[in-house]
Write a protein that binds this ligand. Structure first.
Ligand code: 16G
Length: 252
């Protein structure tokens, strides 16, 4: 949108009415309508508080209170240092529960680009949970990769994967798809068991997923097996609850 059009929408003539309630509420309602109708597109940046105050001839306090209402309604997001933006539109993604696919393949099938940001990876002394899940021998190290998964740039999930060291001797080779790496050594799981539970985002996970602490999330733990029955993957994924729908097809 052109800056001049944005100015027109912010000017008080565009939204201020006599006896229609507090100014900050009138302004927030006006912006909310523009966002919901798509006039203000997802991710569009809004002028600064100071600029909006100048254009509308309102006090900065009025503008700030209006923006606070929009933040609370999740219609805009504030990014420290870079300003206020219309919230990204998140389309719910359906994920089939009956196919053993990778995140990269799932996104590709939906025509989305996926990306993988490695937060941490390396070889570690396994936790008791990893020893049990992967059936590790004592003294054996575990390969771990922690990744932030995005679809079309929107952070969807945090995945923490653990694999036996002989399956993934160098975790740093996983830069995009884990299953692509496992495919090359014929170690891709051919069967998996998933446990799904409801969860709330912790501070750390909320920060990574650009969501709010305490927002609903789905926790999915996948245990992946080779055809021999050996467990080679234990991954816990935290998925944004507002972005994912898991669908299971049932037959009699
Ligand atoms: C999926 C799997 C995860 C697997 C990953 C591999 C679920 C709940 N989890 O996200 O266990 O490690 O795919 O994807 O489906 P990648 O090959 O793109 O790294």
């Amino acid at each position: 949108m052109r800056a001049a059009d944005m100015d027109e929408m912010i000017k008080q003539e565009a939204w201020l009415r006599a006896n229609a309630g507090p100014r900050y509420l009138q302004f927030s309602r006006h912006l909310s309508q523009l966002i919901k109708s798509g006039v203000l597109a997802a991710e569009a940046s809004l002028p600064s508080e100071r600029e909006m105050a100048q254009i509308s001839d309102m006090s900065r306090v009025t503008i700030r209170k209006a923006i606070e209402v929009l933040v609370a309604d999740k219609l805009v997001v504030q990014r420290r240092g870079s300003g206020t933006f219309v919230a990204p539109r998140i389309q719910k993604l359906e994920h089939s529960l009956s196919r053993l696919t990778s995140f990269t393949e799932d996104m590709l099938r939906r025509g989305k680009s996926s990306s993988s940001e490695v937060i941490a990876s390396g070889l570690f002394t396994p936790s008791p949970e990893e020893i049990v899940a992967l059936g590790l021998r004592s003294g054996e190290l575990v390969a771990r990769i922690e990744r932030l998964r995005r679809a079309d740039g929107v952070p969807l999930a945090i995945e923490r994967s653990s694999l036996p060291r002989d399956i993934l001797p160098d975790p740093s080779v996983v830069t995009t798809s884990l299953y692509d790496v496992l495919d090359k050594t014929n170690c891709r799981p051919e069967r998996a068991i998933q446990r799904i539970s409801a969860s709330l985002l912790s501070d750390e996970n909320a920060r990574l997923l650009e969501a709010e602490t305490g927002a609903p999330a789905l926790k999915i733990a996948r245990t992946g097996y080779l055809p021999t029955g050996r467990v080679i993957e234990f991954t816990t994924g935290i998925y944004r609850g507002d972005a994912y729908d898991f669908v299971a097809e049932l037959q009699t």
